[in-house]
Each structure stands twice: as structure tokens, then as C-alpha cells.
Ligand binder design. Structure first.
Ligand code: FPP
Length: 252
């Protein structure tokens, strides 16, 4: 039985987030430059997006470029940006065919005009699609997002537009304001870190780590993570007994 067949369609996570890690090491293992790994990482992006669309998820967020990634050699940053432009250009027909809607989170204003132009074209073209929401985290970090939220709150409070801050109000100031929190986070590449990704939103997220390097990640690897998620008990601070009582009251 494949992992795809093992998925319980009635218990799908609404939102899966992915830290795509291991491109550089994959390339090095093959005696190649890091950018060779990024180029092959595009295949894994395609597989993951298709797997998410096939399994009927509502949201898939991919950590494509962090605010810290600017510190990499300029040649690598430039290569990542042009890979993004060419992938967006090349994959738009597939997004349309599968009714996938593209959006971004992150400080995209700081990206080049070329990248912004291609992004906007794809965002506009896919805006009315009703299937999977594909969210690219670009020039994103959790701390950047929270500081920006705090600044916006400060400005609104100064204008008297805001009386009280609650969790719900704070979440409205985040880049993810229209999205559910991820229920599952997948990180490839064998590191056990969050790396400044969705710090607020991951509060109750199930974490799944695999040593598979990103360019080797395929649909079945994604389905395997979903099956693993479905076997977990999510307690949200409650006890197992409380959850059982709640579930049996729902089934009556
Ligand atoms: C991490 O591997 C990967 C990235 C920083 C970028 C991910 C980008 C892509 C897969 C390319 C295209 C993206 C899209 C959305 C089309 P790493 O370089 O940190 O690997 P290492 O840990 O082995 O050095």
C-alpha cells in the first residue's frame, strides 16, 4: 500500500508548511556547486505542490527565501532569484490547470523589480483559482513579521483605531491574516530547527523532520508526512482523557 492510499481524507490538515533544506549538501555530495542543488530543488517544489493539490489541502506554505538568506554569496542569491522568476514563468500553466492560487508572505518590496513583476503576473493570473492556496515565503522571517505587526499596531493605536490587543487582534496584523495556522510543518535536510519561520503560527503545529535532502523529496515523502501527522494525538494543552470525553460527546 502506498502512503497516498494510507491517507485518511477525512483527517487532512488544512495547512502544511515546509522548510526546504538540503540543496547545498545534495549538490556537494554530487561534486557540484550549490546552485545545482537549488535547480534540482525545483523538481521537489513541483512534486510537493502537486501532492498537496492532489490530496486536497487548502494551504501549502513554502519557505523559499528568508531574510537571513541575503547573507549568502551574491552569486547564489542572484541564482535563487532568477530560478524563482523562471519557475514562476514556467509553472504558471500548471498552476492554472490545477486551479492553484499563488500568494506571498514576506517583505517582497525589497526584491528586485524583475522578481516583483513576475510574481505580480502570476498572482494576478491565479487570483480567481479556487483550489490549493500556494503561499511562497519570500524575504520572510517570523521576527520580521512580528516587529512589523507591532509597528502597525503602534501606528493604529496612536491614531486611536485600536483599543485592546488580544491574540485575535494581533493575528490580524500578521502576513498570514487570512490563513489558518499550519497543522503540520515538514523540514527536510536533517536539521531540527524552526529557523525563524512562522514563529507565531507554529505554536501548536506538529513538527515532522526528515533527513531526505530537499532535491530528493518526492510526492510519496509528502504523503508519508501526512500519514505520520494523522497518527498523532493533538491535545492543545488538554489531557488525553479530556479529548476522549470531547470526542465521545461529539459522536453521540
Ligand atoms: C535550502 O537549501 C533551500 C533554499 C534556501 C532555497 C529553496 C529554493 C528552491 C528549492 C528553489 C526554487 C524555489 C521556488 C519556490 C521555485 P540550503 O541551500 O540551505 O541547503 P544546505 O543546508 O544543504 O546548505
Amino acid at each position: 500500500m502506498t502512503y497516498k492510499e494510507k491517507i485518511d481524507k477525512s483527517k487532512l490538515p488544512l495547512h502544511v508548511a515546509v522548510i526546504m533544506d538540503g540543496n547545498g549538501r545534495w549538490a556537494k555530495q554530487k561534486g557540484n556547486q550549490r546552485i545545482f542543488g537549488h535547480r534540482n530543488g525545483v523538481t521537489a517544489v513541483r512534486e510537493t505542490v502537486e501532492a498537496a493539490a492532489e490530496s486536497g489541502l487548502s494551504f501549502l506554505t513554502l519557505y523559499a527565501f528568508s531574510t537571513e538568506n541575503w547573507q549568502r554569496p551574491k552569486l547564489e542569491v542572484d541564482a535563487l532569484m532568477s530560478l524563482l522568476v523562471s519557475s514562476l514563468h514556467g509553472e504558471t500553466p500548471t498552476l492554472m490547470k490545477n486551479s492553484i492560487r499563488l500568494t506571498t508572505i514576506g517583505n517582497t518590496n525589497a526584491l528586485s523589480a524583475d522578481v516583483n513583476k513576475e510574481l505580480q503576473t502570476t498572482i494576478d493570473k491565479t487570483a480567481n483559482n479556487t483550489g490549493l492556496n500556494l503561499v511562497l515565503a519570500l524575504n520572510y522571517s517570523g521576527r520580521w513579521e512580528m516587529i512589523r505587526a507591532a509597528q502597525d499596531i503602534q501606528a493604529d493605536a496612536a491614531e486611536g483605531k485600536l483599543k485592546q490587543i488580544s491574540e485575535n487582534v494581533f493575528a490580524e496584523y500578521l502576513a498570514t491574516r487570512n490563513m489558518p495556522d499550519p497543522e503540520l510543518l515538514i523540514r527536510t535536510g536533517g536539521e531540527y530547527r524552526i529557523s525563524n519561520f512562522l514563529l507565531w503560527q507554529l505554536a501548536y503545529t506538529e513538527l515532522y523532520f526528515t533527513s531526505t535532502l530537499w532535491p530528493d523529496f518526492r510526492k510519496e515523502d509528502f504523503f508519508k508526512a501526512i500519514v505520520d501527522f494523522q497518527q498523532r494525538e493533538r491535545r492543545f494543552g488538554k489531557t488525553s482523557e479530556q479529548l476522549e470525553q470531547y470526542e465521545s460527546s461529539q459522536n453521540q
